[in-house]
Ligand binder design. Sequence first.
Ligand code: NDP
Length: 336
Amino acid sequence: MTQPGPRLPEEFRALRAVKDESGARSEFQTLTLADLPAGDALVRVTHSSLNYKDGLAVAGRPGVLKSYPMTPGIDLAGTVVEDRSGTYAPGTPVLLTGWGIGERQDGGYAEYARVRPEWLVPLPEGTDARWAMSVGTAGFTAMLAVMALEEHGVTPGSGEVLVTGAAGGVGSTAVALLAAAGFAVTASTGRQEEEAYLRSLGASSVIGREELPALKRPLEKERWAGVVDSVGADTLAGALASTRTHGAVAACGLAGGNALDTTVFPFILRGVNLLGIDSVNCPAERRRAAWARLARDLPADRLADVTQVRPLSDVPALAGEILAGRVRGRTVIEVG
Ligand code: NDP
């Protein structure tokens, strides 16, 4: 006897980025499954998250979305409805970050998504969709950055580590992960009012953005054993010049700008390593390893203070907030 197939919806809700003569903007639309892109796996999306990139896409800023109309949302979590590849049974809880969703094809700000099964990661044991999205791309990126520092020999015994843009999504999770791994973490923030929050995540010291030495000389006093940088530009240049001999700097972001005006001296005189972090095309095996460690080191209760939960209808307003640097930590979006 054949099993009855899953009940599929007639229509569902999505936040869509559209573009016409008046420019790019976002609006809520009702879609059908026929509107979704090709792909073997259909996922019922229950949660997504808000990242800086999502802010840009929803606010109609150029650079993130490769075509229109498009459903933004670079993260999603939910359950598999059907998978024609046979990899996942219906009902399997899964998460998906990156791989171009919410950029090149429809993403997480819709109640259903059709994707490639090989992009999916089964939710780690003991976690749920809300936890996965409180981690999201930002937390996953922070995990990749910490793993990269460790692989380049940075250990808690190496000395102080710096996290820049510390009150943001990548920064907050990096502080929590590094503290959980036993590092002495210095958190750099432009928001001194977030000091108590950053200390609650495990930072042993909190400094103002302006306290990071601007790059005056190619080599500054050696201070950091390792750096997780989500700011870029002068902040990254200054961090490189202040990193200790054989230390490493994980470059994750560009919240302060994409230029990098520096010299080769930190690399050739101190053996400093500049490590590029890319969460979008990270290979499947490394993804699973990172998610397993996130589940171990950042259980839901540790993330509670870092996370706000908001409905999909709030995303247009939240986009402006994250672009203005006013969002603290992570934002989970309840999709349906
Ligand atoms: P958030 O907006 O949550 O955090 C960014 C933080 O950077 C802010 O909270 C603020 O921290 C700081 N900041 C903002 N503007 C400036 C500025 N002009 N000068 C100095 N510091 C500033 O974003 P996310 O954490 O989600 O992302 C951080 C960066 O990482 C972004 O550039 C994003 O595009 C990138 N990213 C890259 C990924 C990858 O795969 N490599 C994946 C995910 C994100 P504070 O208030 O503490 O100063």
